[in-house]
Every structure is written in structure tokens, then in C-alpha cells.
Design a protein around this ligand. Sequence first.
Ligand code: SAM
Length: 219
Amino acid sequence: MNFGHLARYYHLLEVVFIGRGLLLARTAQLERLAQGRPNQHALMVGEGNGSFLLAFLEQFPEVRVTVNDLSPEMLEVARARLRDSGVDASRVEFIAGDIRDVERPANGYDLIATHFFFDNFDDAVAAEMVRIVESLSATEAQWLVSDFCMPEGGWRALRAKVWLSLLYGFFGRFAGLKTRQLPATESHLSAGRFIRTNRKTFCGGMLYSSRYEAVPARE
Ligand SMILES: C[S@@+](CC[C@H](N)C(=O)[O-])C[C@H]1O[C@@H](n2cnc3c(N)ncnc32)[C@H](O)[C@@H]1O
């Protein structure tokens, strides 16, 4: 998979393909997050060109942030967007590389964000990625996830199928995505130590935005 040569056009492609839906899904949980306990250190996995990062930094001026993406080009676009916005980026660390190689800080990350990340993988790899990301989290952590999903039945499901086949076709051709169907990300998430505390859908049920909280391990 290589999003490098799409990095400069990714934002434009997103707006043309889906409009504001993706941004709404990424940021839908931020208001509730701000009302909860403060976070110390956030990890954004496969963050891409920084759309969520920008919105997050503006709303959470105290939180330290580690931003990971496999594509250095995507991270360069994210850095440029931060510079242009004038947001203080001194508390942001960028790690270009595979999330599988990112080390867990001593206490783990108490906030994780994975937006439109897991749906780039086939089901087996998505399951592996969920467990890897989970292993980087703190004992008390929250996790924000947004991704595509399939609405139940009717014309919405048909519409989602058409969109997904177009999107998978496009990103298969231009970013080398191997998979052509959504993995069961939500099942993989609920098989671990996080429970879902909120879920919203957008674009006729084709996108979801969820908040998860870690359940303390039993003695
Ligand atoms: C579809 S883009 C989503 C970008 C962004 N999160 C968003 O909301 O638009 C998926 C991103 O995941 C990154 N990625 C893919 N595999 C990765 C891996 N193993 N580790 C870290 N990032 C990865 C890609 O480089 C790409 O930027």
C-alpha cells in the first residue's frame, strides 16, 4: 500500500468524492471527549494528511500528540497544514513508518485515534492491526474510530455497495490497496478490552464514528 503519490490530492479527492462526511465522522466524538477526563498523550494511527490532527489540536491545546503514518509524504502534507494554520505544533511528534514498529511509551497512550485506517486491510490484517493498536494503549484509555460500514438492507445498502466498490477500485488502482471489501473491524474491536460507549452514523449510514473506553482488567 502506498498513499504517497496521492498525498497532495487526498484532501481534494475526499471533498469531491464524499463532501464533508468524512470530516464530520472523524470529529464527531470530540465534543464529548472534551467533557470527559483530560487526556495526556494521544496516538493517531494512519493519520494521513492531518485533517483530524488539525481539528484535535485546536480543541485540545494541552494534549501531547504522536502522529503515525506509513507514508512520509502524507505526514509532510500534515506538517504543512499545521504550519499554514498557525497551530502550535511543538507538542506533536511525527513517526513515519508501520504502526507495527511503533513502541509503546512506558504508560501507553491514553487516547487513540484511528480514522479510515482499518478499512484499508483485509479482515485478517485488520484484526491483527486492532490488536497491535490496542497493545499501545494505556490501562485507562479512550479510542476514537471512524470508518466505512454497510447500512442494513434497502437502497442505502445498495448505494453503499456502489460507493465502496468505486472507492476500493480507485484506491486499489492508485494506492495499491489489495482488499476489495470491508473488514469486520467493529467485531475485532469488541473482542478486546475496549467497550463501545457511543456510535453515530453519517452519509446514510455508510460512515460511522465511535468512541470506545478501555475496561479495567479483572483481578
Ligand atoms: C485511507 S488513509 C486514511 C488517512 C486519514 N486517517 C483519514 O482519516 O483520511 C489510510 C492511511 O493509513 C496509512 N497506513 C497504511 N498502512 C499503515 C501502517 N501499517 N502503519 C501506519 N499507517 C499506515 C496510509 O499511508 C494512509 O495515509
